[in-house]
Design a protein around this ligand. Structure first.
Ligand SMILES: [Zn+2]
Length: 99
């Protein structure tokens, strides 16, 4: 059994790793957290009405509507994080933003 000190040390390392991962994640974002948040809200509403067409149709609509310049970059980022269509953006990507 690890003693108290060892446990505290492990906890500290764990905490540092999590913080580092969080910083890396923030750095990797092509647009701000706020924009992602409103994208998720938008998808939430629209998918309820229309369902998913297995493409990033609604995501693209959102990016165009909000005049996001790096739309391609955002799309690539979403795909890298498991969002290959609108509903996957909600299922796979939104949770990455929850603390
Ligand atoms: Zn889908």
């Amino acid at each position: 059994m690890p003693d108290k000190e060892e446990k505290a040390r492990r906890r500290q390392i764990q905490k540092e790793l999590q913080e580092k991962a969080q910083i890396e994640f923030e750095k990797s974002l092509p647009v701000s957290r706020e924009i992602f948040q409103s994208l998720f809200d938008f998808l939430d509403e629209e998918l309820e009405k229309n369902g998913c067409d297995d493409h990033l149709t609604l995501t693209k609509k959102f990016l165009a509507k909000n005049q996001i310049e790096d739309a391609d970059e955002v799309e690539n980022w979403l795909k890298e994080n498991g969002g290959f269509c609108d509903c996957e953006v909600l299922y796979n990507v939104e949770e990455l933003f929850e603390d």
